[in-house]
Design a protein around this ligand. Structure first.
Ligand SMILES: Cc1cc2nc3c(=O)[nH]c(=O)nc-3n(C[C@H](O)[C@H](O)[C@H](O)COP(=O)(O)OP(=O)(O)OC[C@H]3O[C@@H](n4cnc5c(N)ncnc54)[C@H](O)[C@@H]3O)c2cc1C
Length: 242
């Protein structure tokens, strides 16, 4: 399926600073077929000598014509991410293939309550779902539990601060909590997901995304809380490439 998707030229239109190490890159991709919130793309870089490198990145925003928005965290010594976040300038070009993925998606026709659990850059496809909910005027109630190192690491901080009726946001800090925070810094616990999520009886659709260890821990906690396995969808941001 993926192999049949064409590579399309993607020209960088805009760069937005999310944190000291993360950038949102908005590309213009002529012929882009549209996508669903939660899907991802492959990005391919080609050097002057023909060497190529490709990585997967989640779509950060709902469909918007030919625009494709990604949010990329700089992995120190990484091959692709530092190029995208530190070197590329508006007007520069890469190739993009997609959209990819049909399971880790949220559709506005879905009416069930939604629990989003994101670790670090795992917030990216969850933010596409939040934005899609707002764009389409969906009344599905959403709860976001966002685990990250410290307040400076928050992506989309301004946007998530704005009132969005029916969306509740809980931040879990793993390294440093802000002064006066009621929860000490630490990894996600059963109590965090019981408090920030939905009771299992509400039959919420759960979307968990982040580094592999985070996803496995959070999905196990959701099972322990009684959420049905078929309602827990996961996306692991492990190393990609090839
Ligand atoms: C479906 C999917 C969606 C993804 N979406 C996003 C996204 O929206 N935003 C985003 O920033 N990243 C995302 N990733 C991760 C991304 O594909 C790359 O793995 C990441 O950007 C690192 O690539 P690199 O070439 O810079 O590093 P590499 O050269 O591939 O790796 C350099 C070093 O860093 C380690 N490493 C690689 N990737 C990671 C990682 N994710 N976490 C920790 N260490 C790592 C490697 O093991 C290696 O030691 C996604 C991954 C998947 C599978």
């Amino acid at each position: 399926m993926r192999g049949r998707l064409p590579w399309r030229a993607a020209r960088l239109r805009e760069v937005r600073v999310e944190t000291a190490t993360a950038r949102t890159l908005v590309f213009e991709v002529p012929g882009w077929p549209g996508h669903l919130a939660g899907q991802h793309v492959d990005v391919r870089l080609t050097a002057d000598d023909g060497y190529t490198a490709q990585r997967s990145y989640s779509l950060a925003a709902p469909p918007d014509g030919e625009l494709v928005a990604l949010t990329v965290e700089t992995v120190p010594d990484g091959e692709v991410s530092p190029y995208l976040t530190e070197v590329m300038e508006p007007g520069d070009q890469v190739e993009i293939r997609g959209p990819v993925g049909g399971w880790f998606v949220w559709r506005p026709a879905d009416k069930a309550p939604v629990l989003l659990v994101g670790g670090g850059s795992g917030i990216v496809p969850l933010m596409a779902m939040i934005r899609e909910r707002r764009r389409t005027g969906s009344r599905a109630p959403f709860r976001l539990v966002y685990s990250l190192r410290d307040p400076e690491s928050r992506y989309y901080a301004e946007e998530l601060r704005r009132p969005d009726p029916g969306l509740d946001v809980a931040y879990l800090y793993t390294r440093a909590a802000p002064d006066g925070a009621s929860r000490p810094a630490g990894r996600v616990t059963l109590g965090d997901l019981a408090e920030g999520g939905w009771p299992a009886g509400f039959e919420a659709d759960c979307y968990v995304c982040g580094p592999t260890g985070f996803v496995e821990a959070a999905a196990d906690l959701l099972l322990t809380l009684g959420h049905a396995p078929e309602r827990i969808r996961t996306e692991r941001f492990g190393p990609t490439g090839g």
